[in-house]
Design a protein around this ligand. Structure first.
Ligand code: TPP
Length: 666
């Protein structure tokens, strides 16, 4: 019999059939019984961590049942009910939690940190908020495909304090994306009560500020959550738009099991225990004679036996045997590079024109490629690279964005999950800091974590020499070359820029594509008029010589060329790296073995830059071939100053010639 004999929740069964009501009950019971088992295993030390959703099942189950199986859901750490309602086999879930091969992440990520295309679920990353922007991207894909699908994404009330929440809702509203933002307001974010988390009466009230319809629902009432979300989803499918729902509920256990609930007043616990979504619904179903003792017992027995057999099989599965090759092979999605050779017809292009032409030809080749950025549509972007694009490709594919770098990178991730390529233009490479988290944590790690590619190119207009000061001059490639999962491209010439951009867009992995602003209009070259590609990981030898190897990229290439032109007696190999990740190690090492001297020139400040790693690599691989210590030449260890004479002093360019000569005289 139910432990709550008379329901404390006022249910209205509306026109739901008994079968539908029993399904709701069964689907809530399943995650509850799994969790109860997990708590026992935790006490026995058989699992390490557990984030409990006990008391919040009606939200996960109600929302999932309201959506169609092919509609994406983006759950958080307390949404076991999403996974079980989508009928993921328990064996796979348990293997995921035990880090076994039949899980979803090959032991590489824990608990609910995984997605599965098979079940249209995109799991969280620890940072919480990015889920919301990724949902925007999936919703945008649905809008562009005009398939009428809705997307649902979850956040706790704590997560709504993150900037990602604001940006995602803003973008969804401006673009009228078909997404349901579900806030589970469960009273506490770790130990922080709502009074210290936000200062408005209801989080749903925020909807108004974003121009989004919003609703407050009793998150413990399964009929209310299910029927209302179902109705809203139906309406959104017909008239795409975002909707915000605040589900009032309560976190009945610790943030994670080990951390306890000492800071939660007992009265609150008692109050919410009395509102338990399953006990109350069970009592209601009993009172209406829809559920009987024997049906209830059969449900419990069925679920428990499923749990027990899945646990047995998960425990029986062997542990993953570490293999460095297997790990390294999954950092990037394999990419079958297809060479497209340039035609013979060329025309002289500046770097900026070559990038524009390359991007345009990729837009023509990939009919669903979407580009997003601030002021890129009618205005053509601040550098005019996308001028005329909106006329040719339309506003669906050439999208002006609000100033929401995080949400737009996340949107790009969501597009990729839905099979759509995108290019994001950072107005200046400096501003990537405002979208840093999704670049280094979402785009970079998805393939390694759950084999989901992030088919995104982020264009990065970068570099100094244009008197633009500390926030419009940085060349921040080293932040990204040190993050496994990203590719980093840095062309110095129009020809390379055009061909490498085409490859970057073809490559399904996330690519940071650096474009030096000072080279945009100053460097010209004959460039094939048609579409062509250049492979990643192949450096260019611009000069060949005997005495020294000069290794550089970007603006450094032009500084080195100038120095060699002024010193025709210096016999040097000049290597333009062109791509920093992947790196053409072989070309560098072979050249240094030949010349016995190496100088690495970078525009970035010295410490922690590319030059340091290359230097270390050469010391490790070429020590016995070296006639002199490897030399690094870089800009000063200061922010980048504005005024010309300070900027000239800052930049490595002024030091290079003297350093090169000193190395040759060593
Ligand atoms: C960016 C970031 N900051 C802090 C944390 C640590 N953290 C993880 S969950 C959590 C509380 C989240 O609260 P809420 O969003 O209300 O969800 P709940 O756990 O209550 O379901 C915190 C602070 C984190 N994971 N990511």
């Amino acid at each position: 019999m139910p432990t709550i004999t008379k329901s404390n929740i006022a249910y209205d069964k509306r026109n739901l059939s008994d079968k539908a009501l029993l399904k709701l009950y069964y689907n809530m019971l399943k995650p509850r019984l799994i969790e109860e088992k997990m708590l026992i295993l935790l006490r026995q030390g058989k699992i390490s961590k557990w984030f409990s959703g006990i008391g919040q099942e009606a939200i996960s189950v109600g929302v999932t049942m309201a959506l169609k199986p092919n509609e994406y859901i983006l759950p958080m750490h307390r949404n076991l009910g999403v996974f079980t309602t989508r009928e993921i086999p328990l064996h796979r879930l348990f293997c995921q939690w035990q880090g076994k091969a039949s899980g979803f992440t090959k032991g590489r990520d824990r608990s609910f940190h995984f997605g599965t295309q098979e079940y249209n679920i995109v799991g969280m990353i620890s940072h919480l908020g990015p889920q919301l922007g990724v949902a925007d991207g999936i919703a945008l894909a649905n809008l562009l495909k005009n398939n009428g699908n809705v997307t649902a994404v979850f956040s706790g009330e704590g997560g709504t304090s993150e900037g990602d929440f604001h940006e995602a809702l803003n973008v969804a509203s401006v673009w009228q994306l078909p997404v349901i933002f579900c806030i589970e307001n469960n009273g506490y974010g770790l130990s922080t009560p709502t009074s210290e988390q936000y200062n408005c009466k209801h989080l749903a009230d925020r909807g108004k500020g974003y121009g989004i319809e919003s609703f407050i629902l009793d998150g413990n009432n399964i009929i209310e959550t299910y029927t209302k979300v179902q109705k809203l989803a139906e309406s959104i499918r017909k008239r795409p738009r975002p909707i915000l729902i605040e589900f009032k509920t309560f976190r009945r256990r610790g943030h994670e099991e080990a951390s306890g609930t000492k800071y939660v007043p007992q009265e609150l616990m008692d109050e919410w225990e009395a509102k338990d979504p399953i006990e109350n619904f069970r009592s209601f179903l009993f009172s209406k004679k829809i559920l009987s003792q024997s049906i209830d017992e059969s449900y419990i027995a069925k679920i428990k036996s499923e749990i027990d057999s899945a646990l047995t099989s998960a425990y029986a599965e062997p542990k993953i045997i570490p293999s460095e090759t297997a790990e390294l092979n999954d950092v990037y999605k394999s990419f079958d590079y297809k060479e497209v050779r340039p035609n013979n017809e060329t025309k002289e292009l500046r770097l900026i024109d070559a990038i524009s032409e390359g991007l345009k030809q990729s837009m023509q080749k990939h009919q669903d490629l979407v580009i997003m950025g601030q002021d890129i549509a009618e205005y053509g972007g601040v550098f005019k690279i996308t001028e005329g694009f909106v006329e040719e490709f339309g506003k669906d594919r050439v999208r002006n964005t609000p100033i929401c770098e995080s949400a737009i990178v996340e949107t790009a991730m969501g597009l990729s999950i839905s099979g759509i390529k995108s290019v994001v233009e950072m107005q200046f490479a400096d501003f990537v800091t405002s979208g840093f988290n999704p670049v280094v944590n979402y785009l970079a790690k998805s393939h390694y974590r759950w084999q989901q590619e992030a088919d995104v190119v982020v264009r990065m207009p970068c570099g100094a020499g244009v008197a633009a000061g500390p926030f419009h001059s940085q060349t921040n490639e080293a932040w990204f070359t040190k993050t496994p999962g990203l590719k980093v491209v840095y062309p110095a010439f129009p020809y390379d820029a055009k061909g490498l951009l085409a490859t970057a867009i073809n490559d399904p992995n996330p690519v940071l594509f650096f474009e030096h602003k000072a080279l945009y209009r100053s460097i010209k070259q004959e460039v094939p008029t048609d579409y062509f590609t250049i492979p990643f990981g192949k450096a260019a030898f611009l000069k060949e010589g005997e005495a020294v190897t000069i290794i550089t990229y970007g603006a450094g290439v032009h500084w080195a060329l100038e120095t060699l032109e002024n010193n025709p007696d210096i016999s040097a190999d000049l290597i333009d790296l062109r791509t920093l990740q992947p790196l053409d190690k072989e070309a560098i090492i072979n050249s240094v073995k030949k010349t016995g001297r190496a100088i690495i020139l970078q525009e970035d400040s010295l410490f922690g830059g590319i030059a340091s790693d290359l230097s270390a690599m050469l010391m490790e691989t070429c020590f016995q071939y070296l006639d002199a210590p490897v030399k690094r030449v870089a800009s000063m260890e200061t922010p980048i100053p504005f005024i010309g004479q300070l900027e000239d002093q800052y930049l490595a360019k002024g030091k290079f010639e003297a350093c090169l000569k000193a190395l040759l005289n060593y």
